[in-house]
Design a protein around this ligand. Structure first.
Ligand code: ATR
Length: 270
């Protein structure tokens, strides 16, 4: 069996083995896909061991995505600009690093009939999660992407780094003369049980709201979107399955269907 793996710390919560096995069954592939806990500081040696054991590909999750970027021999443009790698492919002893997170988000937005072309997008947050989706979102030809962050300087730095005239920055609480078409929450606030206040001027009944976080309970951002009767209120479960589907395609050259797996995972959250 070809060996695949996801590396992280913690890792017990990872749905990747479930998702990749489901994709493999659906596409008639026989694979082994394990979750591996890695001690901090031991990521590089864990990957070396995995390569020696004949590993073909690996997903990388927190907190090793930046380290994965550093150990790759080759990087895709989207991984380089994300500053992080979530997918490693081992070929002829060389490590190829890619990042499928942003494409996973884009595919999930498209799957939910959200039109990105010419849209005005508000991206909340300027950390790793936000950075990873900027290039894939830009590639869908939006009118603009405004990065709103609690710490304004981090949003401005991202704009400078990407150097694209469609990118703007502002503070998280800033008002807007015109509501946005799409608001994407890429902050980690809800993961630590925190909330933040947003201006009601940024949202209207046509707005699609997307939280990259998912869970059993609705996130504060989704509740806020409901309160303002937003057109769409989506959580990040589809992005999770979407990034896995992109990784699966890189490794197995076939694109699995995401809907059955999203539905199964949604059931298991209940
Ligand atoms: P990740 O990799 O999940 O993006 P990160 O790089 O630590 O994690 O970034 C976290 C993001 O969530 C940042 O944009 C952070 O805002 P700051 O740059 O101002 O720190 C944002 N964030 C975290 N907690 C928040 C809170 N309580 N309110 C608003 N923004 C928050």
């Amino acid at each position: 069996l070809d060996k695949y793996c996801v590396f992280g710390n913690p890792i017990a919560q990872s749905r990747s083995p479930f998702i990749h096995h489901a994709f493999a069954v659906a596409t008639n592939k026989k694979i082994s896909y394990q979750a591996k806990f890695v001690e901090l500081g031991e990521f590089t040696s864990a990957i070396q061991t995995f390569i020696k054991e004949g590993g073909k590909g690996a997903n990388v999750t927190a907190p090793f995505k930046e380290e994965a970027l550093r150990i790759a021999d080759h990087l895709t443009e989207r991984a380089r600009l994300a500053g992080a790698v979530n997918t490693l492919t081992i070929k002829d002893g060389k490590i190829y690093g890619d990042n499928t997170d942003g494409e996973g988000l884009v595919q999930d937005l498209i799957r939910n009939n959200i039109i990105l072309e010419n849209s005005r997008i508000l991206l909340l947050g300027a950390g790793g999660a936000a950075k990873g989706v900027i290039l894939p979102l830009l590639s869908q030809s939006p009118k603009s992407i405004t990065i709103a962050n609690r710490t304004l300087s981090k949003a401005s730095e991202l704009c400078q780094q990407f150097n694209n005239d469609k990118l703007f920055s502002c503070e998280l609480t800033e008002e807007s003369a015109q509501p946005f078409d799409i608001i994407i929450n890429a902050t980690s606030a809800s993961l630590s049980g925190q909330t933040f206040t947003l201006s009601s001027s940024i949202i209207a009944s046509h707005t699609a709201c997307y939280d990259m976080v998912y869970g059993k309970a609705k996130t504060p951002f989704i509740l806020w979107a409901e309160k303002h009767s937003a057109n769409k209120k989506l959580d990040g479960l589809g992005m999770l399955v979407g990034q896995a589907a992109e990784s699966f395609q890189l490794w197995h050259s076939t694109k699995p269907e995401v809907d059955p797996v999203i539905n199964k995972l949604r059931q298991s959250l209940k």
